[in-house]
Design a protein around this ligand. Structure first.
Ligand code: ZN
Length: 178
């Protein structure tokens, strides 16, 4: 690898360590010519296999452009989309796969998209899970509702109703006085 400072054609590895839970290796290098140090990262190249059998490198940009259409008119920013693409890449890498079909990649986008925007999720899911009619939308919306109710119930579970004292606490306070 060329030195990024002086373009010398060689460099020496002075330290290497795994990073990102073992899915990447970072190497600290030193240029023997100018003596400057720099870091390189080595990761497995994620390959996306299209339905036609053609393969291409995974690209966060392509994830973003694929999802952007489903987000039209929705309160979703470019930063949201960039973060979503990053999450998708991290999830796919964490699964240990070096190769993913474009269809599975679409499915991997669904969960983070659901947390980002439910309408965009429904639009995207209708394509990638091949919704055939209203029943499919209804089933999906029922799932979203159930999930939302579950999240709501979770919030109230941790707080005790107002005005109710845990049993025994008042007795302990007064028991020492005659
Ligand atoms: Zn150099």
């Amino acid at each position: 690898m060329h030195c990024p400072f002086c373009r010398h054609s060689d460099s020496r590895v002075i330290d290497s360590r795994t990073a990102d839970d073992g899915t990447a290796i970072r190497r600290r290098r030193q240029c023997p010519e100018c003596g400057k140090r720099f870091t390189t990262a080595e990761t497995v190249t994620l390959t996306v296999v299209k339905r036609s059998g053609v393969t291409e490198g995974f690209s966060r940009g392509k994830v973003v452009s694929g999802v952007r259409k489903a987000c039209q008119g929705r309160p979703v920013s470019d930063d949201d989309l960039a973060l979503l693409a990053q999450t998708v890449e991290e999830n796919v890498r964490a699964s240990g796969c070096a190769e993913i079909s474009s269809h599975d990649l679409g499915l991997a986008i669904l969960t983070p998209l659901r947390h980002l925007d439910e309408i965009a999720y429904l639009r995207f899911a209708s394509v990638y899970r091949a919704f055939e009619g209203l029943e499919d939308f209804e089933a999906e919306i029922a799932l979203l509702r159930a999930e939302r109710d579950l999240a709501g119930a979770d919030l109230t579970d941790h707080t005790s109703p107002p005005g109710e004292q845990p049993p025994g606490s008042r007795d302990e306070l007064t028991s020492s006085s005659p």
